[in-house]
Design a binder for this molecule. Structure first.
Ligand code: GDP
Length: 427
């Protein structure tokens, strides 16, 4: 088909036709539901908050089960992310739930870098997904999606204001994940203080430009409840897995000497609101927002970083082949430059080593010459000493011979004298 025909065809108005009878494509939504149910769902929650603020207890309370967790110590040298995945089933729906705990958050003296491991963890999950998408043989159908769908940010119920650690961390995370701030251990703060605290938190978040997740109001079915709940943020929650008898019913609650705080009583805390919003009403929106907003942003930045664009400077569609070629050239150029740099470095190193060796050789030679001179001097001195000693020995020997001659002469002389006397007597 010629290009002009194509244009005319696509510009033609689409006609609405009335069907003569039932065809069956109205079952498409049911088909989708059935397919999704068979496939199962994954939902990943990131819990950020100081150690002991009640993260594990709240997770157990939310899903009405006991997830195996070990108590975190307050002595971690850095924040580390600990994911745990569980398979849950409700009716015929399977949910692969991953709870990621930011262990050691807020426990270090220097908290400047506390947000970094969390950001890195979120990015790694995006990167894994992107790599899967970029594969030639993709298996996104059964890929275990570990991207974080929601970050429950636990705020300490001080009644004052947000800590700078909270603001910095939320600011770093808000473009990467849906943040739902919650005031933990809300039973430790009075009702009037809690009301003021909520207002303070929200105004601080706004003045610091922190974007928290807003429950969607574009779907008529949930618009009303969601806008009411948006006005209730941050939720003040109480967690407990303990069951207490209230009236003739067993309820999850925290029992104190002065009374009982019921987790699921909306007059006591916002736990039910959180559960409704997070699980029953907006779980799919959280998953969708993660994919269409946060992951999309990561993907766009990453692809742009890699040199991909949608259009070239002349607003023409950018060819993938061209991008590949440009990147390949850039890469090869860089490789060549690096190789040359390394070669130069190697040559310089060899030259340096050679010079060092020459210097060492010269030093050794000088040392050798010096020792040789010392040795010759010593030899000359020894030789002189030997000569002197020989002369002394010769002189000594000469004196010895002279003394001996003298001795023998005087002996001779003394032995002849008595003979002469005898002769004289005889005569
Ligand atoms: P995590 O380190 O943040 O996971 O904290 P845990 O869930 O282990 O809770 C630490 C302690 O706080 C435990 O003794 C819990 O019983 C207690 N706790 C948990 N939730 C609440 C709550 O809502 N109110 C009060 N007062 N205590 C809580």
């Amino acid at each position: 088909m010629a290009a002009t025909d194509l244009e005319r065809f696509s510009n033609e108005e689409k006609r609405n036709l009335a069907l003569g009878g039932h065809v069956g494509f109205d079952s498409l939504p049911d088909q989708l539901v059935s397919k999704s149910v068979t496939q199962g769902f994954s939902f990943n929650i990131l819990c950020v908050g100081e150690t002991g603020i009640g993260k594990s207890t709240l997770m157990n309370t939310l899903f009405n089960t006991t997830f195996e967790t070990e108590e975190a110590s307050h002595y971690e040298s850095a924040v580390c992310l600990r994911p745990r995945t569980y398979d849950l089933q409700e009716s015929n729906v399977h949910l692969k739930l991953t709870i990621v705990d930011a262990v050691g958050f807020g426990d270090q003296i220097n908290k400047d870098e506390s947000y970094r491991p969390i950001v890195e963890y979120i990015d790694t999950q995006f990167e894994n997904y992107l790599q899967e998408e970029l594969k030639i043989r993709r298996s996104l159908f059964n890929y275990h999606d570990t991207r974080i769908h929601v970050c429950l940010y636990f705020i300490t119920p001080t009644g004052h204001s947000l800590k700078s650690l909270d603001l910095v961390t939320m600011k770093k995370l808000d473009s990467k994940v849906n943040i739902i701030p919650i005031i933990a251990k809300a039973d430790t703060i009075s009702k009037s203080e809690l009301h003021k605290f909520k207002i303070k938190i929200m105004s601080e978040l706004v003045s610091n430009g922190v974007q928290i997740y807003q429950f969607p109001t574009d779907d008529e079915a949930v618009a009303e409840i969601n806008s009411v709940m948006n006005a209730n943020l941050p939720f003040a929650v109480v967690g407990s897995t303990e069951e207490v008898k209230v009236g003739n019913k067993l309820v999850r609650a925290r029992q104190y000497p002065w009374g009982v705080v019921q987790v699921e009583n909306e007059n006591h805390c916002d736990f039910v609101k959180l559960r409704e919003m997070l699980i029953r009403v907006n779980m799919e929106d959280l998953r969708e927002q993660t994919h269409t907003r946060h992951y999309e942003l990561y993907r766009r930045c990453k692809l742009e970083e890699m040199g991909f664009k949608d259009t070239d400077p002349d607003s023409q569609p950018f060819s993938l082949q061209e991008t590949y070629e440009t990147k390949r050239k850039e890469f090869l150029g860089e490789l060549q430059r690096k190789e040359e740099e390394m070669r130069q470095m190697f040559v310089n190193k060899v030259k340096e080593t050679e010079a060092e060796l020459k210097e060492k050789e010269r030093e050794l030679h000088e040392k050798f010459e010096h020792l040789k001179r010392i040795h010759q001097e010593e030899k000359r001195k020894v030789e002189e000493k030997r000569r002197e000693l020989e002369e002394e020995m010769n002189a000594f020997n000469r004196r010895k011979v002279a003394v001996e001659t003298l001795q023998s002469q005087s002996l001779q002389a003394t032995s002849q004298q008595p003979l002469k006397k005898d002769k004289d007597k005889k005569n």
